[in-house]
Design a protein around this ligand. Structure first.
Ligand code: SAM
Length: 281
């Protein structure tokens, strides 16, 4: 069955610089019967640049469950297909998982054509340990869910990696400082492989100040990397809420916040807001 069926190639494409496409990706994109793309108009620009004209089908997060059955039909009829996303490696915070799972369940060959991914590009230049890392993709949009999500990661010792969009980078950095404290070292990797590529490593509080002070540092696409907690736990991995609640039992709000800021390295105004929420609660 599987050698009669077509093949599905999962093809990585550039994350900015159009030259970052492999020779094999070009060859595969040129030879398949159809190209499945997250946004056909977007991918056509890359294909035009490469001089490739193949029929296209769209596969995006809103149609991927329905489209999967249709695509399986093409594959079982013997067609070879290539899946690309808007940028980087498909399935990495991008559509394709239901399709790949369905193909594997049905014995249809799924073949990787590896290449760029913002995750690996950022890790390779961040200067943080890469022997163990934990990819968290995009954080939840709503602040309450985002903070709860971050709090659950507080004691993670592996390097943490997040994707973030320009309109939420500031909010996310605020929450990172609040949860992890301003002293935890982080790296902001912005616009990798593009004209305004910027990679900056600093304690979280400093990164936040820098991004707050310069609009340009909020533009484009981001990978945020965070040093893991020290194994066994140290002062930097104290949960800010725990710290504040102990101090608030003994001291007036202002003093508790001042001490919490010194111990955790967090920003006073954020800690003050949190202290007020806690004392009201
Ligand atoms: N599949 C892609 C990959 O392999 O990296 C990721 C797709 S995800 C929808 C888009 C997110 O990836 C962006 O919001 C950003 O967080 C990150 N990203 C993509 N390109 C980037 C770049 N050139 N520089 C920094 N981050 C990038």
């Amino acid at each position: 069955m599987s050698n009669l069926a077509g093949r599905l190639y999962i093809v990585a494409t550039p994350i900015g610089n159009l030259d970052d496409v492999t020779l094999r990706a070009i060859e595969v994109l040129r030879s398949v019967d159809r190209i499945l793309a997250e946004d056909t108009r977007h991918s056509r620009r890359l294909l035009d640049h490469l001089g490739i004209a193949r029929p296209m089908l769209s596969l995006h997060e809103h149609n991927e469950v329905d489209a999967t059955q249709r695509i399986i039909g093409h594959l079982t009829a013997g067609e070879s297909l290539a899946l690309v996303s808007d940028a980087g490696t498909p399935l990495i915070s991008d559509p394709g998982f239901p399709l790949v799972r369905a193909c594997r369940e049905q014995g249809i060959a799924v073949i990787p054509v590896p290449g760029p991914s913002a995750l690996v590009a950022a890790l390779s230049v961040a200067g943080l340990p890469t022997d163990r890392f934990r990819f968290e993709g995009f954080l939840p949009r709503r602040q309450q869910a985002r903070r709860a999500h971050l709090e659950a990661l507080l004691r993670e010792t592996a390097t943490l990696v997040f994707y973030e969009a320009s309109h939420r980078i500031l909010e996310s950095l605020h929450d990172l400082v609040e949860v992890f404290g301003g002293r935890r070292v982080a790296v902001l990797a912005r616009e990798l492989t593009k004209r305004h590529e910027t990679v900056r490593s600093a304690p979280l509080a400093e990164l936040l100040e820098w991004v707050e002070a310069d609009d340009n540092q909020r533009k484009g696409e981001f990978v945020v990397l965070l040093a893991g907690a020290e194994a066994g736990g140290d002062a930097r991995s104290i949960e800010v809420d725990d710290l504040l609640s102990v101090l608030l039992e003994e001291l007036p709000v202002k003093q508790a916040v001042g001490l919490a800021a010194r111990i955790s390295g967090g920003k006073k105004n954020l800690l003050y807001r949190r202290a007020l929420e806690m004392t009201k609660g």
